[in-house]
Design a binder for this molecule. Structure first.
Ligand SMILES: Nc1nc2c(ncn2[C@@H]2O[C@H](COP(=O)(O)OP(=O)(O)OP(=O)(O)O)[C@@H](O)[C@H]2O)c(=O)[nH]1
Length: 288
């Protein structure tokens, strides 16, 4: 039997789900962070059920990693779904003030209810949740306006709990809630691995790199507005249009790394992740 391209550790997932539910019990509002390159693959279908009737602010982070026209298309699509997305670049602090304002706004309603029941008003309590590596700690640090939460390129580094005061109206759990990855969609899993949003799963670099080439080929044909023109050719001076994704990876290995396919796969993934292939949305809104 061949090894599956991506493997999870079920024990870790169960533990993450339990920890997340504990955090959710403590708060009034949830800031759900997704990766703007893959807003659907970084959505867990059970989030709504876990939240019950708690308020939610939808944050699409890494807005710098997609083109403005892709952002506009997603904005339209989410609005059609009845959602207001807040686009952020948490690394640079862009869009973060609007997220804080939206969270505080939910506190106004909370306190109207409290006051009508004869209770004292209090700050709204919030937690940031999301898949591994989507930028949760970076967002918390920007909300706090100082660097207290470890924010690292490595996936799965955040843990532990404390309340921090953001303003008179808003308190935040300083440890984000990590949403365990959903397991049942192979293409979504490849996208998570490509974007490094997959936590402590183990994956096969070459198959993930091939999935990336495949996606770029498909998007080039079907959603040219969502990515720069021919990003692979621009970066490597080798055209992927006439080849299968697998052949392309091998040809690129010959051209750049003396036939070392593994090294080429890693390099390709690193280039994509750090934006060296350009601003690329790997997902297109359904029916766009
Ligand atoms: N380009 C870009 N990089 C970002 C953005 N937000 C976060 N990053 C970077 O992405 C990496 C991961 O960010 P974190 O804030 O550690 O992500 P996290 O969701 O807390 O990760 P875990 O703790 O692994 O769950 C870091 O290197 C950040 O600097 C963004 O909006 N744009």
């Amino acid at each position: 039997m061949t090894t599956p391209p991506i493997q999870w550790y079920p024990g870790h997932i169960a533990k993450a789900e339990k920890a997340l539910k504990e955090q959710l019990k403590l708060v009034d509002v949830v800031l759900e962070v997704r990766d703007t390159r893959i807003p659907l693959a970084t959505h867990h279908p059970q989030v709504q059920e876990w939240l019950g009737n708690k308020a939610r602010v939808l944050v699409l982070n890494r807005v710098d990693a997609i083109l403005p026209q892709a952002q506009q298309a997603w904005e339209r699509w989410f609005r059609q779904q009845g959602e207001q997305p807040y686009f952020t670049n948490a690394q640079a602090g862009k869009g973060v003030a609007a997220v804080a304002k939206a969270a505080q706004q939910t506190g106004v309603e909370l306190n109207q209810r409290r006051v009508s029941r004869g209770m004292l008003p209090r700050p709204v309590r919030a937690v940031v949740i999301g898949f591994p590596n989507v930028g949760k700690s970076a967002l918390i640090n920007r909300l706090l306006n100082r660097r207290v939460v470890e924010s690292a390129a490595r996936a799965g580094v955040t843990r532990q709990l404390r309340w921090v005061r953001i303003s008179e109206q808003l308190e935040l759990l300083d440890a984000p809630g990590i949403i365990p990855i959903k397991l049942n969609n192979q293409l979504a899993a490849f996208k998570l691995a490509i974007c490094d949003d997959i936590g402590d799963a183990a994956y096969d670099n070459q198959r993930v790199a091939i999935a990336l080439i495949n996606l770029l080929q498909q998007l080039g044909e079907t959603a040219a507005d969502f990515l720069p023109h021919n990003p692979l050719y621009t970066r490597y001076e080798l055209d992927a249009v006439t080849m299968t994704a697998e052949d392309y990876l091998h040809a690129l290995a010959e051209k750049r790394h003396k036939g070392d396919v593994e090294r080429t796969a890693r390099q390709l993934l690193t280039d994509f992740r750090k934006g060296a292939l350009g601003a690329i949305a790997l997902e297109v809104p359904p029916n766009a």
